[in-house]
Design a protein around this ligand. Structure first.
Ligand SMILES: [Zn+2]
Ligand SMILES: [Zn+2]
Length: 242
């Protein structure tokens, strides 16, 4: 077994609330500088920049010989406004999941002047286009249905920042629905520090992961959190999380 240093909650410039310099190559560069083995790209309600970040990591490895595993992901806001990280082992699963989820996406147009811009890049950090629909708006899929859909597409369903007072399963539903098979929950770094053993006690049967939820380049994690696996592999990571 070896430690796999990770940050499984990173936004790109496609998320309206993220900095516009959250580009594929800058994210990959920061993650490699920080010594990470694996990251996940998790924009709000879209996988629009995932493929570009995966290609940027592949190009970086060709140039410098340093691998960085990029997991396709998405931070879905459910109808109850609960944030959930859905992570996948390969891009095909993420694409088919996104296709099924698309009928639940809000069709309201973004207000760039209020919420910020939503930029789609290619793997060379060139701006391809701006996404029109408002990504900050919740989807219309329920927490339970999102769990089923994620499972159907072989993904890991991870309730995000469960210690936060808003947009979390605990704040909005009051508890983790016991009838759903949920193996992993995300607690923020602050939540871990503030509450000592509260989460490890209450969620002792779960994996607890902590990621940056980075919206700025400098907040991407260094070698802070790890999981133990035989090797760095997308399938092993998703098997561990789901
Ligand atoms: Zn969130
Ligand atoms: Zn987030």
């Amino acid at each position: 077994m070896r430690p796999v240093y990770y940050d499984f909650h990173i936004h790109t410039a496609l998320s309206p609330c993220a900095d516009n310099d959250m580009t594929p190559n800058d994210i990959v560069g920061m993650a490699i500088l920080g010594g990470l083995d694996a990251i996940a790209i998790t924009d709000h309600n879209t996988i629009g920049n995932v493929a570009a970040v995966i290609k940027a990591a592949e190009n970086a490895e060709k140039q410098h010989g340093r691998p960085l595993l990029v997991l396709p992901g998405i931070e879905v806001s459910t109808a109850e406004e609960v944030h959930v990280l859905c992570l996948f082992a390969d891009i095909e699963d993420a694409i088919s999941f996104d296709a099924d989820l698309s009928s639940f996406y809000s069709i309201m147009p973004n207000r760039e002047d209020i919420f910020g811009s939503q930029i789609i890049f290619n793997e060379n950090d060139e701006k391809i286009k701006v996404m029109e629909r408002m990504l900050i708006a919740p989807t219309s899929i329920s927490f339970d249905s999102l769990h089923a859909l994620t499972d159907e597409h072989n993904g890991a369903f991870i309730p995000a920042h469960i210690d936060r007072d808003s947009f979390s399963v605990i704040s909005n539903l009051g508890f983790l629905p016991p009838h759903l098979k949920i193996k992993t929950v995300e607690v923020t770094q602050k939540g871990i520090e503030k509450n000592n053993n509260t989460y490890t006690d209450n969620f002792s049967k779960h994996n607890i992961i902590t990621s940056s939820d980075a919206h700025q380049l400098w907040t991407i994690n260094d070698k802070e959190n790890f999981i133990q696996l035989p090797e760095v592999s997308a399938n092993l990571i998703i098997d561990f999380l789901r």
